[in-house]
Design a binder for this molecule. Structure first.
Ligand code: ADP
Ligand code: MG
Length: 311
């Protein structure tokens, strides 16, 4: 394409909230064969909401929530925030029903416990110590790697959550599995329509996620994607992009997280969700400022139409 064509396309993009960082990516966008979507925060709203707190240990429900929320209080992960929010509401209503005490406002976190040695374990969950005992909050992999036994009835509870497209977060305290949190993250409203539109344009949509297989499959089915890669560790997303490129096909990646930045850089066209992390935005060729998936189509369409017309 001529410099003029690129300038025009870049201008049209900007007007539509699609920031294009270079002419090369703009040219490549018209030949995209695969679009790889991150799940959490890209296909889904990324506004995870805790729906369920199931205690398996006979522990008091409020105590369980206090422990889990305290463990997640330093986490920046959407799942951690969802758990904290659920516990905050529980304690607020608990306070209201307790007529002896004056109740605090619902923004209060004064019930949180002191946490030491916190670490976020990407693709697994979080680990820290409360009262000198280790607490683990995360997926099966985290439990397995720490030798925590997940009994059959607990496993079944998690499977049921996953089959309804929720994520089950397991909680172990002092080496015992004490409960499970269920977390829902609804699809973006436009997601299914955009996937259908891409297919009509001859583009193959793919989903990648660090989440478990069952939740991933349930979400993929809802949105209309058949090609799914789940339980992918952060570095694995870029490998998936590279393997799709092997046959000479051009691959776009759409993502929002720190985890997605290697894949955004590896892709022929990296598209970052505008509401995403700075690192993702930096690694991408395109920034979708409105954070709407419709703009994945806008971007490809713009490249196809504008560059073909002004030649
Ligand atoms: P995605 O690729 O979908 O954005 P991540 O790689 O961030 O997912 O996380 C993968 C999985 O690791 C989550 O689905 C969850 O099971 C677990 N996990 C990660 N961070 C946390 C956390 N702060 N609390 C609980 N579980 C977590
Ligand atoms: Mg994400």
């Amino acid at each position: 394409a001529t410099p003029t064509a690129i300038m025009v396309a870049t201008g049209v993009g900007a007007k539509n909230g699609v920031l294009i960082k270079g002419g090369d990516a703009l040219e490549r966008a018209q030949k995209i064969k695969y679009v790889v979507f991150d799940k959490t925060g890209t296909l889904t709203q990324g506004k995870a909401t805790a729906t369920t707190a199931k205690v398996f240990s006979g522990m008091d429900r409020g105590d369980f929530l206090t422990l889990v929320a305290s463990a997640e209080s330093s986490s920046e992960h959407p799942l951690g925030k969802a758990i904290l929010d659920y516990a905050r509401h529980f304690h607020f209503f608990d306070d209201l029903s307790d007529t002896k005490n004056g109740h605090s406002n619902n923004k209060s976190f004064d019930w949180l416990l002191e946490v030491t040695d916190f670490s976020a374990l990407p693709g697994h969950g979080v680990q820290c110590f409360i009262d000198g005992k280790k607490i683990l909050v995360g997926n099966r992999k985290l439990m397995a790697e720490n030798g925590i036994t997940v009994e059959e009835h607990v496993e079944k509870f998690v499977v049921d959550l996953e089959e309804s497209a929720e994520t089950g977060i397991l909680v172990a305290y002092d080496d015992d599995l004490i409960g499970v949190m269920g977390i829902a993250d609804p699809l973006k409203r436009e997601a299914a329509v955009v996937i259908e539109g891409l297919k009509k344009m001859g583009v193959v949509p793919v989903m990648v996620t660090g989440d478990n297989w069952r939740t991933a499959q349930a979400v993929a089915k809802e949105v209309g994607i058949t090609d799914v890669k789940a339980e992918v560790m952060p570095a694995g997303k870029a490998d998936i992009v590279r393997s799709l490129q092997k046959g000479g096909s051009l691959v776009a990646m759409v993502g929002d997280g720190i985890n997605d930045s290697p894949a955004l850089a590896a892709a022929d066209v990296g598209m970052a969700i505008g509401a995403g992390t700075d690192i993702a935005i930096e690694a991408a060729d395109y920034v979708l400022m409105r954070s709407s998936l419709e703009d994945v189509i806008t971007a490809i369409d713009l490249s196809r139409k504008t560059l073909q017309r002004i030649r």
